[in-house]
Design a protein around this ligand. Structure first.
Ligand code: NIG
Ligand code: FE
Length: 404
């Protein structure tokens, strides 16, 4: 007997191939032990509905999708960077602010100061916005510590969010985010990351993936490669902030390490798309940062699509370049700014978001996957990405449990 049965749903399974959005009309979803045990037309169920499940919920024709997945955030930070927003409006660039000691370093200083409880409370407040919009899995990066103690603190806080609420958190170690002030040379800091910081985060069991910032204001491809190699030698999957502000060849480099994802990609050369496709590396598009920095260079979406690269969409939630907590808005922006179809955008925050995190048990509604679902006051999947600032969520289901 199933635990729960959802009846009369318009289900966008987001399974690949087949109908657009993987749509099934008049569908039922059966859940047992937190896992999807049935998905298909109600009419195909031959048994008496009352005998099938302990609890039956009539969804009355509403839309059900996989729970949303935000595969790129920097959710844990302290401090305020609104002054930089003001400065940029007066003509300063992001790179100029970073070079003058603001930017990421400003957040690092505030985050080092903050205790775990303060960081947890701030991150939890942000997290609530995501959950209210149907997010069931969220990635959280470190990278605002840049010393072992603070990086561990951030990752611990991120994992504690998962313990506290009905959400799955994947943690990514982003030690190679910026140069900490106490280091004189970037190479010496990279040594420290590879020899000390990364092993320490791994030892505490706090790292699901390793990331870096390959950029003129971040680290060179040679320095990033040492981090990727160190991660690979510890058996940890990698991701990379690549080609956000200039073309450094970071995406191609990460693909050589079979990266789960390369993220941003505004300056990716169209020719490099093939390498991502070959490696099965997901292109994560972050239109919030593009918008907030008032960039004009767009990622080569046509080339990515033509090469068969999977595209995910994420908020990049962070205090400096994308202080946004709405994944639906990111999906909308991925359509309006970058030219994704509505179906691609929705796949980007479900199926391909899972792939960007190396998760195979979520992101689509299929038998055997986790019962992470979102029920919406909507009839068509495109409604979710077509509106701005509306939140049609009716209920969030996490591992089969209807969340309060
Ligand atoms: O993803 N690109 C680097 N990291 C962040 C920005 C962090 C910050 O400015 O605080 C990003 O955009
Ligand atoms: Fe980022």
């Amino acid at each position: 007997m199933w635990d729960t049965l959802f009846l009369n749903a318009e289900v966008a399974t987001m399974a690949e191939g087949g109908a657009p959005y993987g749509l099934i009309h008049d569908a039922a979803i059966g859940v047992k032990d937190g896992v999807i045990a049935y998905v298909g037309p109600v009419g195909d169920i031959s048994a008496d509905i009352g005998d099938l499940a302990r609890e039956v919920h009539d969804v009355s024709g509403d839309l059900v999708t996989p729970g949303l997945i935000d595969c790129h955030t920097h959710l844990v930070w302290a401090g305020d960077r609104s002054g930089e927003f003001e400065a940029r409006l007066l003509g300063k660039t992001y790179a100029e602010i970073a070079k003058a000691g603001g930017g990421i370093m400003a957040t690092v200083a505030a985050t080092r100061e903050a205790d775990e409880e303060t960081l947890f409370d701030a991150a939890m407040t942000r997290l609530q916005d995501f959950l209210a919009e149907g997010v069931t899995t969220i990635e959280v990066k470190s990278g605002y510590g840049l010393d072992t103690e603070t990086e561990l603190k951030i990752l611990r806080v991120a994992r504690a969010l998962e313990d506290e609420d009905h959400v799955r958190v994947r943690t990514t170690f982003l030690g190679a985010h910026a140069m900490p002030p106490e280091f004189k040379s970037a190479d010496a800091y990279i040594d420290h990351i590879c020899n000390d910081m990364l092993p320490a985060t791994k030892e505490e069991g706090l790292v699901d993936a390793v990331d870096g910032f390959c950029e003129t204001i971040g680290f060179s491809p040679e320095q990033i490669e040492r981090v990727l190699a160190a991660a690979a030698s510890l058996g940890i999957p990698v991701k990379l902030h690549a080609e956000q502000l200039s073309d450094q060849g970071g995406a191609k480099l990460a693909a050589q390490y079979k990266a789960l994802s390369v993220d941003h990609l505004e300056y990716l050369a169209a020719d490099d798309a093939a390498a991502l496709a070959d490696a099965g590396t997901v292109a994560v598009l972050l239109p919030g940062a593009y918008y907030y920095l008032r960039e004009t260079q767009k990622p080569p979406v046509d080339a990515l699509r033509d090469a068969g690269v999977k595209m995910a969409v994420a908020t990049d939630c962070n205090p400096g370049t994308s202080p946004m907590t709405s994944l639906l808005l990111s999906a909308n922006m991925a359509c309006t700014f970058f030219g994704l179809t509505a179906e691609e955008a929705l796949a980007g925050i479900t199926r391909n978001g899972a792939k960007a995190l190396g998760l195979e048990d979520c992101g689509v509604i299929e038998i055997g996957k986790r019962a992470d679902l979102a029920i919406w006051d909507a009839k068509r999947p495109a409604e979710l990405v077509a509106s701005i600032g509306q939140n049609p969520l009716i209920a969030r289901i996490f591992g089969g449990a209807i969340c309060p």
